[in-house]
Write a protein that binds this ligand. Structure first.
Ligand SMILES: Cc1cc2nc3c(=O)[nH]c(=O)nc-3n(C[C@H](O)[C@H](O)[C@H](O)COP(=O)(O)OP(=O)(O)OC[C@H]3O[C@@H](n4cnc5c(N)ncnc54)[C@H](O)[C@@H]3O)c2cc1C
Length: 398
């Protein structure tokens, strides 16, 4: 039976991303009548982009305490909801997909297709009789007796419900709805953004991923992780996670051999040069450094790539080691919201009850997902936060 738009729902979820879909399913599993409103013509547009289309949906092998540390100082807010719907429960929820766990703890659908995760959500929404309305943008709330009575859509249609849940995502969609209730929106900044560098030569390396290299920002201690070259600069998990701390004119240094000291690297090179004394330097090093990057490092070191290794002078070797251990990049800028994976900032945590995700300002209002002032590192943390807050919010509706 098709319900009319005026029929009363127990819950009206605004936003059909991962947080909103999870909240709608969670409430419907408790027998609630739920309507889900999405302004796009389809659900989960951003979900389809996640993990480069593969969807890194959570991160396993961490205690809840270590998990929340990935959300900086705001993370503790998640301890309570994670104890109700954490990584284990998420893996159980998606087990039909099925899932695969990478060595570093990241979890993906086995098919490596974000589309399968979205299809799974759609199936669950259908099974649980959630009414999904697409292409409907919520314009504002209307109130009665100190509570939200209904939402008004852009086309002036109205939807009545006992409870409302805002899961409208980050900066791209604005924060008008929570603001209209009187909620504080903390300072908004792009987070998990790639970096544009002065060095134009990076474009030659576009798509090259460096595994477990060392990265230091200015004079800070080096951190180990993965870096990706883009046509304008640097990206990849390590750079994205650092991006909030990077400013224009900062320097980023990449160490291709973070586990070796300069002395160790010198010894290794000497023994390689001795062993293959008639081979070219490029030939010898090509197993250790990707070919295009090697050309650049050799060029910086003033060494012809076709030079025979036994002819490499001590000074040339010294320069080569320096460049292998410290490739310098000058930051032009960290890209803005249009390239950021998530928004830092959002509805203040002080105004949300972490046990229920209920607004402390409006009794029949709940929040879930990126719209809240919570943003984590890359690695599946942000989607898990959406699933956790969405599930707990949906479950808490009465
Ligand atoms: C390129 C990229 C890759 C990413 N990869 C990963 C990853 O692999 N793992 C990970 O954990 N995280 C990843 N993220 C982050 C992740 O996508 C977000 O954390 C997540 O999508 C947030 O979910 P959400 O439901 O809160 O918001 P969204 O996914 O943004 O969904 C909000 C929805 O609300 C709708 N909406 C907004 N306003 C209204 C309105 N007024 N009325 C009706 N509907 C409205 C929007 O159209 C949208 O569909 C990635 C992000 C990007 C950009």
């Amino acid at each position: 039976m098709v319900m009319s738009l005026k029929s009363k729902y127990n819950l009206c979820v605004i936003g059909g991303g991962p947080a909103g879909m999870m909240a709608a399913i969670s409430a419907s599993l408790k027998g609630k009548r739920v309507v889900l409103l999405e302004k796009n013509k389809s659900l989960g547009a951003k979900l389809l982009l996640t993990g480069g289309g593969k969807c890194n949906l959570t991160h396993t092998n961490l205690s809840n305490k270590d998990f929340v540390s990935k959300f900086q100082k705001q993370g503790d807010f998640l301890l309570s909801p994670l104890s109700v719907f954490g990584v284990k429960e998420t893996m159980e929820f998606f087990k039909e997909l099925p899932l695969k766990v990478e060595l570093d703890g990241r979890v993906f659908p086995k098919s490596e297709k974000a589309r399968d995760v979205l299809d799974f959500f759609k199936k669950k929404l259908k099974e649980n009789k959630v009414k999904v309305l697409l292409g409907v943008e919520t314009a504002n709330f209307q109130f009665k007796d100190g509570k939200i009575e209904k939402v008004v859509l852009r086309d002036k249609k109205e939807i009545f419900a006992d409870n409302f849940l805002i899961a409208t995502g980050g900066k791209a969609y604005g924060y008008e709805l929570p603001k209209s209730i009187g909620h504080t929106i903390t300072e908004l900044k792009p987070a998990l953004s790639p970096v544009q560098t002065k060095e134009k030569w990076v474009s030659i390396l576009k798509g090259l991923s460096l595994r477990k290299v060392g990265v230091s920002l200015n004079k800070n201690k080096s951190i180990k992780g993965d870096v990706l070259f883009t046509h304008f600069g640097l990206s990849g998990p390590l750079i994205l996670n650092l991006s909030e701390r990077i400013k224009p004119r900062d320097k980023i240094f990449i160490d291709l051999f973070p586990d070796k000291s300069i002395d160790d690297l010198n010894k290794d090179l000497l023994s390689l040069f001795e062993k293959d004394s008639k081979k070219t330097i490029k030939n010898i090093l090509s197993g250790l450094v990707s070919s295009k990057l090697l050309d650049i490092v050799l060029n910086f070191s003033g060494i012809n790539k076709d030079q025979i290794s036994r002819n490499i002078k001590k000074e040339e070797r010294r320069k080569l080691i320096k460049n292998l251990k410290k490739i310098e990049f000058n930051v032009v800028t960290v890209l803005g919201f249009e390239k950021a994976m998530v928004t830092k900032g959002g509805v203040s945590l002080k105004e949300i009850d972490s046990k229920t995700m209920q607004s402390k300002i409006m009794e029949n209002l709940y929040f879930a997902g990126e719209v809240i002032d919570l943003n984590g590192e890359t690695g599946g943390f942000n989607l898990q936060m959406c699933f956790t807050t969405g599930f707990v919010a949906g479950k808490s509706i009465f």
